[in-house]
Ligand binder design. Structure first.
Ligand code: SIN
Length: 281
């Protein structure tokens, strides 16, 4: 099958039509999707009629389930979480900061799937920033320096008991099943610049937030460097704005993009079902 792929015209992202992901997925189709995914980094499959079984089948075909710390899954499923905001909810938005999913794990996930369940008529776009393009556009000297750095990652600012979604969360009506935990205080190190495990292209991996320091660097210097880099990482020329449609499934590559949620849908419900794709063995 030849996929019908429309590139977004932005730094990454493409819409895929003419494929039915609720039907069994053969090896040829999965290989074509993987090739397109590695090229465009974010794929939006339009006009799908998938249910949770189909979402699980697709995730398994793309590499299997990854770990999902700090969320409870939806009832009856071990590997699907709901990204949910009720129409009358006052809680601050979930995932409004740029990040690469679970970059603080020893083996961060390869990708993430997000399936539209309830899409507001306006707003709720997801933004993606291409970290291969962001690295490629740096001067050679800066690239060489950044390649020498090892980043310290942690979930503590978000998911520790005293983090954004712990005691600091003023929300009394948050619908999402977020579960802060002491284990968020752990740290893990990863090279700041990483060759993509499947394409070899170098990317800036993750960003300030889940990166809390640089090995061997004074904290003030590290935060200054990471803050400056964070601004570079999400310059307009590296960003793709994804506009959701009912029936859409989005697949992104955590090794090459950052992403963040946006608001603008006050008074409307928004629900997506999310699965995590494990790192390649
Ligand atoms: C996420 O980071 O998983 C959520 C993104 C979104 O809600 O648009």
């Amino acid at each position: 099958m030849n996929l019908n792929i429309e590139p977004s015209g932005q730094s990454c992202g493409a819409t895929v039509r003419g494929v039915d992901l609720s039907a069994p997925l053969d090896d040829t189709l999965v290989a074509e999707i993987r090739t397109a995914w590695l090229k465009h980094r974010v794929l939006a499959f339009a006009e799908q009629s998938m249910d949770d079984d189909a979402l699980e089948r697709f995730t398994l075909a793309m590499g299997g389930f990854g770990e999902d710390p700090f969320f409870d899954p939806i009832p009856g499923r071990k590997n699907i979480a709901a990204i949910l905001r009720e129409a009358d909810e006052n809680a601050p938005l979930f995932a409004e900061n740029w990040h690469s999913d679970w970059s603080f794990l020893p083996r961060p996930p390869a990708g993430t799937c997000l399936m539209a369940i309830d899409i507001p008529p306006t707003g709720g776009d997801t933004l993606f920033a291409n970290q291969i393009a962001a690295f490629a556009a740096l001067p050679d000297e800066r690239k060489a320096y950044l390649r020498t750095l090892t980043a310290i990652h942690s979930a503590k600012l978000a998911y520790a008991p005293d983090g954004t979604y712990g005691e600091k969360d003023q929300a009394t009506d948050r619908s999402m099943a977020i579960r802060p935990d002491e284990s968020a205080n752990k740290t893990e190190v990863h090279p700041l610049i990483q060759p993509h495990p499947e394409t070899g292209e170098e990317a800036i991996f993750s960003t300030l937030g889940y990166i809390i320091g640089i090995e061997g660097m004074a904290q003030a210097e590290a935060i200054a460097l990471l803050s400056e880099l964070a601004q570079w990482q999400v310059r307009d020329e590296f960003v793709y704005r994804h506009r959701w449609e009912p029936g859409m499934l989005v697949l992104w590559d955590n090794r090459s993009v950052l992403h963040k949620a946006t608001g603008g849908y006050e008074g409307h419900r928004r629900e997506l079902h999310r699965t995590t794709i494990a790192a390649a063995a």
